[in-house]
Design a protein around this ligand. Sequence first.
Ligand SMILES: [Fe+2]
Ligand SMILES: [Fe+2]
Length: 276
Amino acid sequence: MNRISPHGRWNGKLTSRDLPVVDETIDALSKTERTELARHWLSRGASERRVGDAFLFVRDALRAGRAPESLVTLATRAVDDEMRHAEISRIVASRFAGRELPAPALLPLITPKHPGVNPEMRLTLWMLGQCAFNETYASAVLEASLAETTGPLANAALRELLSDEVDHAKLGWAFFATQSRAEQKAVEPWLLPLARVNLKMWRETPRDYPSDAKLVRQGALSLELLETALIEALKSLVVPGFREFGIDTSAIERWISTGAPTQDNERTSEAMQTPT
Ligand SMILES: [Fe+2]
Ligand SMILES: [Fe+2]
Protein backbone atom coordinates (compact mmCIF):
# COMPACT_ATOMS: atom_id res chain seq x y z
CA MET A 1 0.00 0.00 0.00
CA ASN A 2 1.26 3.47 -0.84
CA ARG A 3 0.29 6.14 1.69
CA ILE A 4 -2.08 8.87 0.46
CA SER A 5 -2.28 12.23 2.24
CA PRO A 6 -5.69 13.40 3.50
CA HIS A 7 -4.59 16.86 2.33
CA GLY A 8 -3.91 15.77 -1.24
CA ARG A 9 -5.66 16.69 -4.48
CA TRP A 10 -8.80 14.67 -3.71
CA ASN A 11 -8.65 15.05 0.09
CA GLY A 12 -7.34 11.54 0.69
CA LYS A 13 -9.30 9.87 -2.09
CA LEU A 14 -7.20 7.94 -4.55
CA THR A 15 -8.94 9.12 -7.71
CA SER A 16 -11.29 11.86 -8.87
CA ARG A 17 -13.72 9.17 -10.05
CA ASP A 18 -13.95 5.60 -8.83
CA LEU A 19 -12.11 3.12 -11.02
CA PRO A 20 -14.40 0.69 -12.86
CA VAL A 21 -15.19 -2.43 -10.85
CA VAL A 22 -16.11 -4.52 -13.87
CA ASP A 23 -13.83 -4.86 -16.89
CA GLU A 24 -14.74 -7.69 -19.22
CA THR A 25 -11.72 -6.99 -21.42
CA ILE A 26 -9.49 -8.18 -18.57
CA ASP A 27 -11.55 -11.35 -18.12
CA ALA A 28 -11.11 -12.06 -21.83
CA LEU A 29 -7.30 -12.06 -21.63
CA SER A 30 -5.22 -15.22 -21.30
CA LYS A 31 -3.38 -15.95 -18.06
CA THR A 32 -0.06 -15.20 -19.73
CA GLU A 33 -1.29 -11.85 -21.02
CA ARG A 34 -2.65 -10.94 -17.60
CA THR A 35 0.64 -11.81 -15.96
CA GLU A 36 2.53 -9.67 -18.45
CA LEU A 37 0.19 -6.72 -17.92
CA ALA A 38 0.40 -7.07 -14.14
CA ARG A 39 4.18 -6.86 -14.46
CA HIS A 40 3.92 -3.81 -16.68
CA TRP A 41 1.62 -1.94 -14.32
CA LEU A 42 3.63 -2.87 -11.25
CA SER A 43 6.74 -1.55 -12.91
CA ARG A 44 4.88 1.65 -13.74
CA GLY A 45 3.95 1.89 -10.06
CA ALA A 46 7.61 1.62 -9.05
CA SER A 47 8.50 4.46 -11.41
CA GLU A 48 5.63 6.61 -10.15
CA ARG A 49 6.80 6.06 -6.58
CA ARG A 50 10.29 7.19 -7.53
CA VAL A 51 8.89 10.35 -9.13
CA GLY A 52 7.26 11.01 -5.75
CA ASP A 53 10.73 10.94 -4.21
CA ALA A 54 11.94 13.30 -6.95
CA PHE A 55 9.20 15.77 -6.06
CA LEU A 56 10.15 15.56 -2.37
CA PHE A 57 13.62 16.59 -3.48
CA VAL A 58 12.14 19.38 -5.63
CA ARG A 59 9.91 20.61 -2.81
CA ASP A 60 12.87 20.83 -0.41
CA ALA A 61 15.01 22.54 -3.06
CA LEU A 62 12.27 25.12 -3.68
CA ARG A 63 12.03 25.78 0.05
CA ALA A 64 15.79 26.12 0.40
CA GLY A 65 15.85 28.48 -2.59
CA ARG A 66 13.12 30.65 -1.05
CA ALA A 67 10.80 30.09 -4.01
CA PRO A 68 7.25 31.46 -3.75
CA GLU A 69 5.17 29.47 -1.26
CA SER A 70 2.59 28.76 -3.98
CA LEU A 71 5.19 26.72 -5.87
CA VAL A 72 6.22 24.85 -2.73
CA THR A 73 2.55 23.99 -2.22
CA LEU A 74 2.26 22.69 -5.80
CA ALA A 75 5.38 20.57 -5.34
CA THR A 76 3.99 19.17 -2.08
CA ARG A 77 0.80 18.21 -3.88
CA ALA A 78 2.85 16.62 -6.65
CA VAL A 79 4.52 14.34 -4.09
CA ASP A 80 1.10 13.07 -3.05
CA ASP A 81 -0.07 12.85 -6.67
CA GLU A 82 2.82 10.52 -7.47
CA MET A 83 2.05 8.38 -4.40
CA ARG A 84 -1.51 8.12 -5.72
CA HIS A 85 -0.21 7.21 -9.15
CA ALA A 86 1.90 4.47 -7.61
CA GLU A 87 -1.11 3.12 -5.74
CA ILE A 88 -3.41 3.35 -8.77
CA SER A 89 -0.81 1.42 -10.78
CA ARG A 90 -0.51 -1.22 -8.05
CA ILE A 91 -4.28 -1.65 -7.94
CA VAL A 92 -4.50 -2.01 -11.73
CA ALA A 93 -1.60 -4.50 -11.64
CA SER A 94 -3.49 -6.46 -8.97
CA ARG A 95 -6.63 -6.56 -11.12
CA PHE A 96 -4.63 -8.00 -14.01
CA ALA A 97 -2.93 -10.46 -11.67
CA GLY A 98 -6.25 -11.51 -10.15
CA ARG A 99 -4.86 -11.11 -6.65
CA GLU A 100 -3.65 -8.34 -4.37
CA LEU A 101 -0.03 -7.51 -5.19
CA PRO A 102 2.33 -5.81 -2.74
CA ALA A 103 3.88 -2.46 -3.67
CA PRO A 104 7.08 -3.05 -5.67
CA ALA A 105 10.54 -2.42 -4.25
CA LEU A 106 11.65 1.20 -4.14
CA LEU A 107 13.78 2.35 -7.04
CA PRO A 108 16.83 4.46 -6.23
CA LEU A 109 16.63 8.16 -7.04
CA ILE A 110 19.75 9.76 -8.47
CA THR A 111 19.62 13.54 -8.43
CA PRO A 112 21.79 15.60 -10.77
CA LYS A 113 24.66 17.51 -9.18
CA HIS A 114 25.22 20.14 -11.86
CA PRO A 115 28.70 20.96 -10.56
CA GLY A 116 30.17 24.39 -11.19
CA VAL A 117 26.90 26.33 -11.28
CA ASN A 118 25.59 28.69 -8.60
CA PRO A 119 22.75 27.52 -6.32
CA GLU A 120 20.14 29.64 -8.12
CA MET A 121 21.00 28.18 -11.51
CA ARG A 122 21.14 24.68 -10.02
CA LEU A 123 17.58 25.07 -8.72
CA THR A 124 16.45 26.29 -12.13
CA LEU A 125 18.07 23.30 -13.84
CA TRP A 126 16.44 20.92 -11.38
CA MET A 127 13.03 22.49 -11.97
CA LEU A 128 13.38 22.46 -15.74
CA GLY A 129 14.81 18.92 -15.80
CA GLN A 130 12.16 17.42 -13.54
CA CYS A 131 9.12 19.43 -14.58
CA ALA A 132 9.48 21.23 -17.93
CA PHE A 133 11.23 18.24 -19.51
CA ASN A 134 10.49 15.05 -17.58
CA GLU A 135 6.86 15.70 -16.72
CA THR A 136 6.19 17.04 -20.21
CA TYR A 137 7.59 13.83 -21.65
CA ALA A 138 5.46 11.88 -19.15
CA SER A 139 2.32 13.78 -20.16
CA ALA A 140 2.93 13.17 -23.85
CA VAL A 141 3.59 9.45 -23.34
CA LEU A 142 0.45 9.08 -21.21
CA GLU A 143 -1.64 10.98 -23.74
CA ALA A 144 -0.41 8.77 -26.58
CA SER A 145 -0.99 5.67 -24.49
CA LEU A 146 -4.46 6.80 -23.48
CA ALA A 147 -5.41 7.23 -27.14
CA GLU A 148 -4.64 3.54 -27.72
CA THR A 149 -5.99 2.17 -24.45
CA THR A 150 -9.53 0.81 -24.81
CA GLY A 151 -9.56 -1.41 -21.71
CA PRO A 152 -11.94 0.43 -19.31
CA LEU A 153 -9.86 0.03 -16.15
CA ALA A 154 -6.54 0.88 -17.80
CA ASN A 155 -8.15 3.81 -19.62
CA ALA A 156 -9.62 5.24 -16.42
CA ALA A 157 -6.30 4.81 -14.59
CA LEU A 158 -4.28 6.54 -17.32
CA ARG A 159 -6.78 9.38 -17.40
CA GLU A 160 -6.24 9.98 -13.68
CA LEU A 161 -2.46 9.98 -14.10
CA LEU A 162 -2.45 12.24 -17.14
CA SER A 163 -4.44 15.10 -15.64
CA ASP A 164 -1.93 15.37 -12.77
CA GLU A 165 1.22 15.07 -14.91
CA VAL A 166 0.12 18.08 -16.93
CA ASP A 167 0.04 20.11 -13.70
CA HIS A 168 3.50 18.85 -12.77
CA ALA A 169 4.90 20.05 -16.08
CA LYS A 170 3.26 23.44 -15.50
CA LEU A 171 5.12 23.74 -12.20
CA GLY A 172 8.38 23.95 -14.16
CA TRP A 173 7.08 26.69 -16.42
CA ALA A 174 5.57 28.56 -13.45
CA PHE A 175 8.92 28.47 -11.70
CA PHE A 176 10.72 29.65 -14.84
CA ALA A 177 8.30 32.59 -15.04
CA THR A 178 9.51 33.76 -11.60
CA GLN A 179 13.07 34.14 -12.93
CA SER A 180 14.51 37.43 -14.14
CA ARG A 181 15.07 37.92 -17.86
CA ALA A 182 18.84 37.55 -17.34
CA GLU A 183 18.37 34.31 -15.38
CA GLN A 184 16.13 32.92 -18.11
CA LYS A 185 18.61 33.78 -20.87
CA ALA A 186 21.42 32.16 -18.86
CA VAL A 187 19.60 28.84 -19.26
CA GLU A 188 19.94 28.86 -23.06
CA PRO A 189 23.18 26.84 -23.28
CA TRP A 190 21.68 24.23 -20.95
CA LEU A 191 18.58 23.50 -23.00
CA LEU A 192 20.07 21.05 -25.44
CA PRO A 193 22.02 19.08 -22.78
CA LEU A 194 18.90 18.91 -20.58
CA ALA A 195 16.72 17.74 -23.48
CA ARG A 196 19.26 15.15 -24.62
CA VAL A 197 19.96 13.67 -21.23
CA ASN A 198 16.27 13.45 -20.32
CA LEU A 199 15.42 11.84 -23.64
CA LYS A 200 18.31 9.41 -23.31
CA MET A 201 17.05 8.39 -19.88
CA TRP A 202 13.54 7.77 -21.24
CA ARG A 203 14.89 5.77 -24.14
CA GLU A 204 17.30 3.69 -22.09
CA THR A 205 15.20 2.93 -19.01
CA PRO A 206 14.86 -0.86 -18.91
CA ARG A 207 11.30 -1.86 -19.83
CA ASP A 208 9.52 -5.00 -20.91
CA TYR A 209 7.89 -3.93 -24.16
CA PRO A 210 4.58 -5.71 -24.89
CA SER A 211 4.88 -9.13 -26.52
CA ASP A 212 1.67 -8.47 -28.48
CA ALA A 213 0.31 -5.23 -29.93
CA LYS A 214 -3.07 -5.85 -28.33
CA LEU A 215 -1.55 -5.33 -24.87
CA VAL A 216 -1.07 -1.66 -25.78
CA ARG A 217 -4.88 -1.46 -25.48
CA GLN A 218 -4.43 -2.25 -21.78
CA GLY A 219 -1.89 0.52 -21.17
CA ALA A 220 1.38 -1.25 -22.04
CA LEU A 221 3.91 1.06 -23.71
CA SER A 222 5.33 -0.05 -27.03
CA LEU A 223 8.70 1.25 -28.16
CA GLU A 224 7.10 2.92 -31.18
CA LEU A 225 4.46 4.67 -29.08
CA LEU A 226 7.09 5.88 -26.64
CA GLU A 227 9.48 7.21 -29.27
CA THR A 228 6.76 9.00 -31.25
CA ALA A 229 5.35 10.63 -28.11
CA LEU A 230 8.74 11.79 -26.85
CA ILE A 231 9.69 13.48 -30.12
CA GLU A 232 6.25 15.03 -30.41
CA ALA A 233 6.58 16.39 -26.85
CA LEU A 234 9.83 18.09 -27.79
CA LYS A 235 8.40 19.61 -30.95
CA SER A 236 4.96 20.68 -29.79
CA LEU A 237 5.42 21.37 -26.08
CA VAL A 238 9.03 21.88 -24.99
CA VAL A 239 10.28 24.06 -27.85
CA PRO A 240 7.16 26.30 -27.95
CA GLY A 241 7.28 26.53 -24.14
CA PHE A 242 10.78 28.01 -24.16
CA ARG A 243 10.03 30.18 -27.18
CA GLU A 244 7.23 31.78 -25.16
CA PHE A 245 9.94 33.09 -22.85
CA GLY A 246 11.97 34.44 -25.77
CA ILE A 247 14.62 31.73 -25.40
CA ASP A 248 16.65 30.79 -28.47
CA THR A 249 15.67 27.20 -29.26
CA SER A 250 17.51 26.87 -32.58
CA ALA A 251 20.09 24.38 -31.24
CA ILE A 252 17.46 22.05 -29.82
CA GLU A 253 15.36 22.33 -33.00
CA ARG A 254 18.35 21.40 -35.19
CA TRP A 255 18.94 18.39 -32.97
CA ILE A 256 15.27 17.30 -33.20
CA SER A 257 15.37 17.67 -36.99
CA THR A 258 18.17 15.08 -37.12
CA GLY A 259 16.12 12.57 -35.10
CA ALA A 260 17.21 13.74 -31.63
CA PRO A 261 20.19 11.35 -31.35
CA THR A 262 21.27 10.30 -27.84
CA GLN A 263 23.82 7.63 -28.73
CA ASP A 264 26.91 9.03 -27.06
CA ASN A 265 28.61 9.11 -23.71
CA GLU A 266 26.27 11.48 -21.91
CA ARG A 267 25.83 10.64 -18.28
CA THR A 268 22.20 9.97 -17.43
CA SER A 269 23.00 10.85 -13.81
CA GLU A 270 22.91 14.48 -14.92
CA ALA A 271 19.13 14.23 -15.32
CA MET A 272 16.56 13.55 -12.68
CA GLN A 273 16.13 9.79 -12.89
CA THR A 274 12.38 9.61 -13.02
CA PRO A 275 10.88 8.29 -16.21
CA THR A 276 7.58 6.47 -16.01
FE1 LIG B 1 2.98 10.29 -12.10
FE1 LIG C 1 4.14 13.65 -12.42
